[in-house]
Design a protein. Structure first.
Length: 125
């Protein structure tokens, strides 16, 4: 019988944990963890995955889709809005949009302000 583990947290390396947490807070609406600081920041909400951000000296941004600096992690987020609208809002918050978009109209690949790739997909009704 499998162990049946439940994912409870994801932590991303970055040069400035508080700044990256602010980006994801605006994008997701998750709440800042009260003990967030310059070395480790977190976002949480009851029943959802905790997202952590840890300071790494000499941080090197992933180069997606190239693997010269591998992506190491790729998160996907369901969005309730039309993909074009969600993408525009995330770009305003500081996300980037790589030229390489392998999913056609069903998903968009974006990068957070420090280069981590993530996808947005329309929530299926």
């Amino acid at each position: 019988m499998p162990l049946q583990m439940k994912l409870s947290a994801i932590t991303l390396d970055c040069p400035d944990p508080l700044a990256l947490a602010a980006f994801y807070q605006q994008a997701t609406g998750l709440e800042p963890h009260p003990e967030s600081n310059a070395d480790f920041a977190g976002l949480h909400r009851e029943g959802e995955v905790f997202i952590g951000f840890q300071r790494v000296d000499g941080y090197r941004a992933p180069r997606w889709p190239a693997q010269t600096v591998p992506q190491q992690l790729h998160m996907c987020f369901e969005v309730e809005r039309h993909l074009d609208e969600a993408e525009a809002l995330l770009l305003e918050l500081g996300a980037g949009r790589p030229d390489h978009q392998p999913h056609g109209a069903k998903a968009r690949v974006l990068t957070d302000p420090v280069g981590h790739p993530f996808c947005i997909v329309a929530r299926a009704d």
